[in-house]
Design a protein. Structure first.
Length: 296
């Protein structure tokens, strides 16, 4: 059989078995047919297996460090945006109380410029997530940790500034901010880890979408993968299913370790870090901000 035809046949069989499992959850992977799982382990794309392993290893390290600092079950993680959403979702499946909130564009924006109607909609969303002044007062013995992967900390600082508005969480004493890269420590500050986060290699598998600070009224469109239009394409869904199968399969077997993401880095250096690719990315970001501003 021609090698390309064979690859297409194997890929088609993988998708068939992923569809048989259904929604990618830890429970569904635990209950999945063992032969299906064996086939998917063998034929999953190596790049996604690497990322899934790193994701699980990072999650375990975060949990161990926070359990040590605050005590097990004595903290709540509020993951900001897409960068660490996959790690936060994994932590949730490890028994950690996690809230993932979509928010983007605060790095160069003023919190005080946010439309009041949009802020009210975002407040309603936070209340439904268990993030209100009342929730934080009732759980005063728990530490609520705002968390993101931060280069300089501007986004993290401004998200805290946003949430501390009187309309939202106010001056809650048990709300703090932590950079996940500080929690992960020296190993995860090496160049290859920074590169993966810088070029958004985990964002494609996020459980939330991109919600710009100027358009908070769209929070309900960006708060779950089933509602986010960018995640609905067949190729995107297929890649997401492969990634989350490997994450939950690794959690189920506890067979994850820190590995060097060579194949993913090769892809980044080949395409994403080309001069033209960087220019295209900047142009898309500027166009998006411009379009949002026009609609205000």
């Amino acid at each position: 059989m021609d090698i390309n035809i064979q690859k297409v046949s194997i890929l088609s069989e993988c998708h068939s078995r992923l569809n048989k499992i259904g929604k990618m959850t830890l429970e569904n992977i635990v209950n999945a047919d063992k032969k299906d799982c064996q086939f998917l382990r063998k034929h999953s794309p190596a790049r996604l297996k690497e990322l899934a392993q790193m994701n699980c290893y990072a999650s375990e390290k975060v949990k161990a460090e926070l359990d040590k600092q605050f005590g097990e079950n004595n903290y709540v993680i509020i993951a900001i945006g897409r960068s660490i959403s996959s790690i936060a979702e994994t932590l949730g499946n490890m028994g950690v109380d996690t809230k993932i909130i979509p928010i983007s564009g605060l790095r160069n924006s003023e919190v005080n410029d946010i439309n009041k109607d949009s802020l009210h909609i975002y407040k309603t969303f936070l209340v439904q997530k268990g993030l209100s002044k009342t929730d934080l007062r009732k759980n005063a013995d728990k530490t609520y940790i705002l968390m993101d992967y931060a280069y300089y900390g501007r986004t993290l600082d401004r998200v805290e500034q946003l949430l501390r508005k009187n309309e939202l969480l106010g001056d809650a004493k048990n709300l703090i901010s932590l950079k996940i890269n500080d929690i992960l420590g020296e190993d995860f500050n090496q160049k290859h880890y920074r590169t993966l986060f810088q070029y958004s290699r985990f964002k494609d598998y996020s459980f939330v979408g991109k919600l710009h600070v100027y358009n908070l009224k769209d929070v309900y469109k960006q708060c779950s993968p089933e509602r986010i239009k960018e995640y609905q394409g067949n190729i995107t869904q297929g890649l997401r299913n492969f990634f989350w199968f490997n994450v939950f399969d690794s959690l189920n077997s506890k067979s994850y370790k820190n590995i060097f993401p060579q194949k993913e880095l090769n892809a980044i250096y080949k395409h994403y870090m080309s001069i033209q690719a960087i220019r295209n990315y900047i142009a898309r970001e500027q166009k998006e901000v411009s379009n949002i501003a026009k609609n205000q």
